[in-house]
Design a protein around this ligand. Structure first.
Ligand code: HEC
Length: 686
C-alpha cells in the first residue's frame, strides 16, 4: 500500500469512528496532523497488547517502538498466522484491522532508498566466476567450524587491534538483524528479515547490486549454492511460514519457493544447507508460544529435516523426529491434548560427507509424552532421511510457555522436568590434532558434548555454564584446530554457594582433546558504563576446568505441587475492567552481559558479542582482548541515508571477507535493544 493510501485509509477509519466524513482535500493533509488525531488502533493496542509490549523486560516482547517499525505484511502475518495468533484471536475483526492499520509508522519507504543507493554500473555486477567463496553458510562451511583464515578474509589477527568503522548501512522497517550473510568475492548477500528483503551489496561501499522482495517475513541465515548443470548459483533461505526460497545469486530473480511444512505449525529458523545437489532444510515450529493459552489444544508441531532438489525445489525426503501427534488426554481445564510433539530443529544441520549424514540438534518436547529424540543430536542419512543414531542429552524435558506459571498446558502425568534445554546452537564436525573426528555440540544447559561421529557415543562432556531457557550455549561454538570456543548466555546473577565460579555470562576456550577449559573470560559491568577496569581472561583453578556430565540427564522428581499461578494475559484476554495496572516506575535498565551469539574465528581471533551490543574480539590462544566496540549507539551517517541505530548482538551477527569485518547490530527479542545496522569495520590505514 502506498503512503498516500495508507493515510487515506487511516483517516477513513478514524472518521468512521467519530462519525465524520472526510473531504477529499483533507486526505492530502500533512502526516503530522494525522498523528495528532488519536487513531482507534491505538486504543486497541492499549487494550490487547500493551500489557506485554510495554513491559518487554518481563514479557520478552519487543517494544511498541520496535513493532511499529515493522512493515504491514509482517504485522499482519504475526497477528493472523504467526507468533501473535493466539494473543489476537479474541480481538474483534474490525478492531484488528484498525490495529494493523495503525501499527506500521513508515509503510511505503521500505524500498525508496534503494534507487539512490544503487551501485554504479561498473560495480553493479555480481561476479561469481573465479571469485573466492569466503563464507557460504551459517557455519562458514558445511562442517560448521565457523573459522575463517587470513587468506580468505584479507584480515589478520593483528589487524583486529586497529579496526575502525568504514561504513554503515541501515535497513528500514527492521528492528532485528538475525540472518548471517554470505560473502562471495566483493558481494555480501544479506537479509533484512522482518522487512522481507534480501540484498546483494558491494563489500567496498555498501551500494546495492540487486534486491529480492519476499511477501512473507524472512527468517533464516543464508546459504550460497554453486551453479550446477541444471541450475544457476543461488542464495537459499527459509521464511517465517516454513517455505524455502531459492534466488538467483547473480540477478536476485526468484528460482523457486518450496513448502517445508509437515503441518501449519512449522517454521524455518536454522539455515538450509546445500550438499550434492540437495537443499537440506531444518524445520522448527511455533506452538511453544501458543501453548501458553489454557484453551489451546497443545500440541502437534514437530521438528524435521527435509531434502529438496536444488534444481527444482522438489521434495526428495523427510526425516522426522517422531511419530505424528495423536489425541492423548484432556487437560485440567478439559481441553484436548495432543502428543508427542516438539523436538523441533532450530539450528543449521552439519554435513558429514565421509559418513553421508547430516547432524541436527533438537529442542525439548512441547507436550506429553516425551520422546527419546528431544534435546538430542540426530544423525540423518543424506540419501533417505533415515536416522543413523540418536544421542539424547536430556531426558523427559517437556516445556512450553505454560510452564512458567504452571498453566494447564504444562500439566503432565508422571516424571518430567521442564528446563527447556534445547540444542539451539548449531553443532560442529571437527578434526582434531591426532586426526580423529568429533561431533561437538553446545546445549542450553551449559554443557558442551563431544560425540563419536560413527555411532553417537559420548567421548567427553564438560558443564561450563549454569544454563537457562535462553542458554548456556545459545547459537553456536567455533573451532580453531585445537580449541573449542563456547560462549555462554547464562543469567547474570551472583553465583550460588558451592557453584562453579566460572559459571555466568562469558566465554570458555576448551581443549578439543580432553574438553578441559584452557582460558575463560567473564565480562563485567563496565560493558554497561560502570567505572571499572576491562575484564581479563584467566585460567580457572584445576578443579573447575572440567565437570563431566553423563547422558542422558534424567528428570529430578517434581517438587510438591505448587498452586497454579493466576493466568497471564496470554490466556485471559484483558478487558478494560481487568487490564493490568501500569507497571511501577521504570526499573533501571538491566546490564546484559550474556554472550548469546555464535562466535566467529578470523585468523585465530575470536569475534564475540553481548546481548547489550558490545563487540569484543579475543586472541584465541591467550584470551587477550584485541578489540572492543559498543555497537548499541546511533549511526547518524549511513551510506544509504536511512536512519541507523545499533542494538543487541545476538544469533550470528558477524562475518568477514574482502578485508572487512561485517557486524549486524539490533535484536528486538527477549527485551534486547533493537537496531537495524550493518557495520563494516576495516583496519585503520597506516
Ligand atoms: C502475553 C504477552 C503478549 C501479548 C498480550 C501480545 N504480545 Fe506481541 N509479542 C509477545 C512476545 C513475547 C513476542 C516475541 C515473540 C518471539 O519473538 O518469540 C511478541 C511479538 C510480537 C510481534 C513481532 C512478531 C514478529 O514476528 O516479529 C508483533 C508484531 C506483536 N507481538 C504484536 C502484538 C499485538 C499487535 C498484540 C495485541 C493484539 C500483541 N502483540 C499482544 C508478547 C505478547
Amino acid at each position: 500500500m502506498t503512503h498516500f493510501r495508507a493515510f487515506a485509509l487511516a483517516a477513513l477509519v478514524a472518521c468512521a469512528i467519530s462519525a465524520c466524513a472526510p473531504r477529499p482535500d483533507e486526505v492530502t493533509a500533512e502526516h503530522a496532523s494525522a498523528e495528532a488525531v488519536e487513531h482507534p488502533g491505538e486504543a486497541v493496542y492499549q487494550q490487547w497488547c500493551a500489557s506485554c509490549h510495554d513491559s518487554g523486560q518481563q514479557s520478552g516482547a519487543p517494544s511498541l517502538a520496535a513493532i511499529r517499525q515493522l512493515n504491514r505484511a509482517t504485522v499482519k502475518y504475526a497477528l493472523e498466522l504467526g507468533y501473535m495468533k493466539i494473543q489476537a484471536q479474541d480481538v474483534p475483526k474490525e478492531e484488528l484491522a484498525q490495529l494493523i492499520n495503525w501499527l506500521p509508522t513508515s509503510e511505503g519507504n521500505n524500498d525508496a532508498w534503494i534507487n539512490a543507493a544503487r551501485c554504479p554500473v561498473k560495480t553493479r555486477e555480481v561476479r561469481l566466476n573465479g571469485a573466492p567463496r569466503t563464507s557460504t553458510t551459517f557455519g562458514v562451511t558445511n562442517t560448521a567450524n565457523r573459522a575463517q583464515s587470513a587468506q580468505e578474509t584479507g584480515l589478520t589477527r593483528d589487524q583486529m587491534k586497529t579496526l575502525d568503522v568504514a561504513w554503515v548501512v541501515a535497513f528500514p522497517q527492521t528492528p532485528t538483524m538475525r540472518s548471517q550473510p554470505v560473502i562471495v568475492g566483493d558481494t555480501i548477500f544479506i537479509a533484512a528479515t522482518d522487512a522481507g528483503r534480501l540484498y546483494a551489496l558491494d563489500t567496498n561501499t555498501g551500494c546495492v547490486k540487486w534486491h529480492y522482495i519476499s511477501e512473507m517475513t524472512l527468517r533464516s541465515s543464508l546459504t550460497f549454492a554453486e551453479a550446477t548443470d541444471k541450475s544457476p548459483a543461488a542464495i537459499i533461505m527459509g521464511d517465517a511460514a516454513g517455505f524455502v526460497h531459492a534466488v538467483d545469486a547473480r540477478t536476485g530473480r526468484k528460482l523457486w519457493v518450496s513448502n517445508a511444512r509437515l503441518n501449519e505449525y512449522n517454521r524455518i529458523t536454522g539455515a538450509p544447507v546445500v550438499h550434492d545437489g540437495r537443499v537440506i532444510t531444518p524445520v522448527s515450529a511455533i506452538e511453544v508460544n501458543y501453548a501458553g493459552s489454557d484453551d489451546y489444544q497443545c500440541c502437534k508441531g514437530q521438528g524435521a529435516v527435509i531434502a529438496f532438489d536444488l534444481a527444482t525445489g522438489e521434495k526428495l525426503w523427510t526425516g522426522t523426529t517422531m511419530e505424528p501427534a495423536q489425541p492423548t488426554r484432556l487437560s485440567r481445564t478439559g481441553t484436548q491434548q495432543w502428543g508427542p510433539s516438539g523436538a523441533i530443529i532450530w539450528s543449521t544441520p552439519v554435513i558429514d560427507e565421509k559418513r553421508n549424514v547430516a547432524y541436527a540438534g533438537t529442542g525439548e518436547n512441547v507436550s506429553w509424552p516425551a520422546t527419546d529424540t528431544s534435546d538430542a543430536i540426530i544423525a540423518y542419512d543424506l540419501d533417505t532421511g533415515a536416522k543413523k543414531w540418536v544421542f539424547q542429552a536430556t531426558k523427559s524435558d517437556i516445556w512450553n510457555y505454560a510452564c512458567g506459571r504452571r498453566g494447564a498446558n504444562c500439566d503432565w502425568p508422571g516424571e518430567y522436568h521442564s528446563p527447556d534445554h534445547d540444542f539451539g546452537a548449531t553443532a560442529m564436525l571437527i578434526a582434531r590434532k591426532d586426526g580423529s573426528e568429533l561431533v561437538v555440540a553446545g546445549q542450553k544447559s551449559g554443557v558442551v558434548w563431544a560425540l563419536n561421529p560413527d555411532d553417537g557415543q559420548l567421548v567427553w562432556s564438560n558443564k561450563v555454564g549454569r544454563g537457562s531457557a535462553n542458554g548456556g550455549a545459545h547459537w553456536g561454538l567455533a573451532f580453531d584446530g585445537e580449541r573449542i570456543f563456547a560462549p555462554m548466555n547464562d543469567p547474570n546473577r551472583p553465583p550460588t554457594p558451592g557453584e562453579n565460579p566460572n559459571f555466568g555470562p562469558g566465554i570458555h576456550a576448551l581443549d578439543a582433546m580432553t574438553g578441559e577449559i584452557k582460558w575463560s573470560y567473564k565480562p563485567n559491568q563496565r560493558d554497561c558504563g560502570a567505572e571499572m577496569p576491562v575484564a581479563m581472561a584467566y585460567e580457572p583453578a584445576p578443579e573447575w576446568r572440567i565437570q563431566p556430565v553423563s547422558a542422558p540427564v534424567l528428570p529430578t522428581p517434581r517438587a510438591a505441587a505448587t498452586p497454579p499461578r493466576p493466568a497471564t494475559p496470554a490466556a485471559a484476554a484483558p478487558t478494560a475492567a481487568n487490564a493490568p495496572a501500569a507497571p511501577p516506575a521504570r526499573a533501571p535498565a538491566p546490564c546484559r552481559l550474556g554472550m548469546s551469539p555464535a562466535p566467529l574465528l578470523v585468523d585465530g581471533a575470536v569475534v564475540t558479542g553481548t546481548t547489550q551490543g558490545m563487540l569484543r574480539i579475543f586472541d584465541g590462544k591467550t584470551g587477550e582482548v584485541l578489540f572492543e566496540y559498543m555497537t548499541n549507539r546511533p549511526f547518524e551517517k549511513t551510506v544509504n541515508g536511512v536512519e541507523g541505530h545499533g542494538g543487541g548482538l545476538d544469533s550470528a551477527p558477524y562475518i568477514a571477507g574482502d578485508g572487512t569485518l561485517f557486524v549486524q547490530s539490533g535484536y528486538a527479542r527477549f527485551g534486547e535493544p533493537p537496531g537495524n545496522v550493518l557495520i563494516a569495520f576495516r583496519p585503520k590505514a597506516k
